[in-house]
Design a protein around this ligand. Structure first.
Ligand code: ADP
Ligand code: GLC
Length: 478
């Protein structure tokens, strides 16, 4: 079976968040079961060298204002199709945002191009390869099924995966023709959304199946609270919607071989985790304390609930704990965490920025990881936390609720706890969860049993890759 993935990021080539990790990992898991996935992503400047070594497999004379080409490469165990379109993708900085921190003003064209090229590949194939199914991811690829539908040509079935419904790709209706969309597409059962064009809605309305990245988020999406205006459409399509839990790449995230750790360790050699803790303390200017070292590795946005953590910092420090935070995003939160590190010197260490190697070291060197998200479709950092024996303290929502077993009395007695959950999601309950984690940390026997259990908790892709495959097969059989 051949499957075309279409997305705006793919690790390790281009990553701003968990979407990239998933796009880089699922194809490898599916390959093990005999499914060939090719991943179409834009050739951003950081990918020029990769594209330079690729084979040209498709030419597009005018892709939204300039010539474009698709180059095929095999790299890092992935079959990648790079959409080379310098007029759309050759610019420095963030792939979504300009230097002013605002969306690039032509994002509608940049990502329509991705969907358009994806549709051409889906219909015509390239390089002697034709997909049996297309799986598009998030709003950036959302117009793909609209192009398939308006082409009137025979096309493979499409699956749309929602990684985060908060990002919808909403643009002015006057752009319809510029987006090469026919007038008939501006309809309630296609791209039209309250008088605007919604890329995400197009994908949801016109794909054959819809998936999202955890079973709990699949349920939450049907409610007005989490559906963000698309819950009605999703309720209508409820029988086509599945929640498939994300996994992680067990090779890239392996405490036994991770090159970003100062010492590798396993559940049998936990003592060696200590050296990583000393390194984190040294790098972030933290003192050695009696309580646990908590970390955060996160985008700093309101989704992630870290404003609540700011309120809990005095309590965290009073417990004898410390905090190492790596994050970037919202400038007010960046400033507030930088201030917090000045207010609690040696106890709160903050690195503002995006740093892949440091994110691995924090997972390896911390005792626990804090994820107080207001909503979380799946979340990957809690899964890395499990694998690295860094116990997750999470809000009870979405994929966080599905992956972490709270250390309540029953779970402790049954010896199955792997972390700490809190609900309702507010600063008081977060502070209580932090205090509960600190209390268990003071009982080293219980803590280290939880750490070993967390490290053995299955977080790979086996089960979920089979679930994706089953959906693809059912569509081909239809
Ligand atoms: P989201 O995709 O909503 O940001 P996830 O938990 O699914 O949340 O994935 C986040 C991914 O981005 C993880 O791989 C995490 O390690 C990484 N990440 C987030 N912030 C940073 C950062 N500042 N530096 C390095 N990696 C980061
Ligand atoms: C999104 C979500 C996150 C999820 C990731 C990968 O960025 O916010 O919860 O883990 O996509 O699916």
């Amino acid at each position: 079976m051949n499957v075309l993935f279409v997305a705006s990021e793919c690790a390790p080539f281009m990553k701003t968040g968990g979407l990239a990790d998933v796009i880089g990992a699922v194809p490898k898991a599916l390959a093990a079961a005999g499914t060939n996935v090719r991943v179409l992503i834009p050739a951003y400047p950081a990918l020029h060298d990769l594209a330079g070594g690729g084979r040209s497999v498709m030419l597009l004379d005018d892709l939204f204002g300039g010539k474009a080409e698709v180059k095929a490469v095999n790299a890092q165990g992935l079959d990648v199709l790079l959409l080379v379109a310098p007029h759309l993708y050759d610019r420095d900085g963030n792939i979504y945002l300009g230097p002013d921190g605002k969306d690039w003003s032509d994002n509608h064209l940049r990502f329509a191009a991705l969907g358009y090229a994806g549709a051409e590949l889906a219909i015509d194939g390239a390089d002697g390869w034709t997909p049996d199914v297309v799986n598009l991811h998030d709003w950036q690829a959302g117009l793909l099924p609209a192009y398939l539908s308006q082409s009137g040509r025979s096309a493979p079935p499409a699956v749309m995966t929602i990684h985060n419904i908060a990002f919808q790709g909403l643009f002015d209706a006057s752009e319809l023709a510029n987006l090469k969309l026919k007038a008939e597409m501006f309809a309630a059962d296609a791209v039209e959304y309250y008088g605007k064009i919604s890329f995400l809605k197009a994908g949801l309305a016109l794909s054959d199946r819809i998936t999202t990245v955890s079973p709990s988020y699949a349920c939450e999406l049907l409610t007005p609270e989490f559906g963000m205006g698309l819950d009605g459409l999703l309720r209508e399509r409820r029988s086509d919607l599945s929640g498939i839990l994300n996994g992680i790449d067990l090779e890239m995230w392996d405490p036994e071989s991770d090159p970003h750790l100062v010492e590798n360790y396993s559940p049998r050699s936990l003592k060696r985790k200590e050296a990583n803790k000393r390194e984190v303390e040294a790098r972030l200017g933290l003192q050695r304390r009696d309580g646990p070292l908590f970390c955060v590795v996160s985008r700093l946005t309101s989704q992630k609930g870290l404003d609540m953590l700011l309120e809990c910092l005095p309590g965290l420090v009073a417990e004898g704990a410390s905090l190492a935070l790596l994050g970037s995003g919202d400038s007010a939160l960046e400033r507030q965490f930088a201030e917090a590190s000045r207010r609690h010197p040696g106890q709160v260490g903050v690195v503002i920025g995006y740093d892949e190697p440091l994110s691995h070291l924090l997972q390896g060197g911390s005792d626990a990881i804090l994820i107080p998200s207001r909503f979380e479709p799946c979340g990957l950092t809690q899964l890395y936390g499990l694998r690295y024996g860094t116990l997750p303290v999470v809000a009870r929502t979405g994929g966080l609720a599905d992956t972490i077993i709270d250390a309540n009395e029953a779970a402790l007695a049954a010896q199955c706890a792997t972390g700490f959950q809190f609900a309702p999601i507010n600063a008081t309950m977060l502070e209580q969860a932090i205090a509960r984690a600190c209390a268990i940390y003071r009982q080293p026997g219980i803590w280290s049993a939880m750490v070993r259990r967390a490290m053995r908790h299955p977080v790979g892709w086996d089960v979920s890759a089979a679930a994706y495959e089953a959906i693809y097969r059912s569509l081909i059989a239809d």
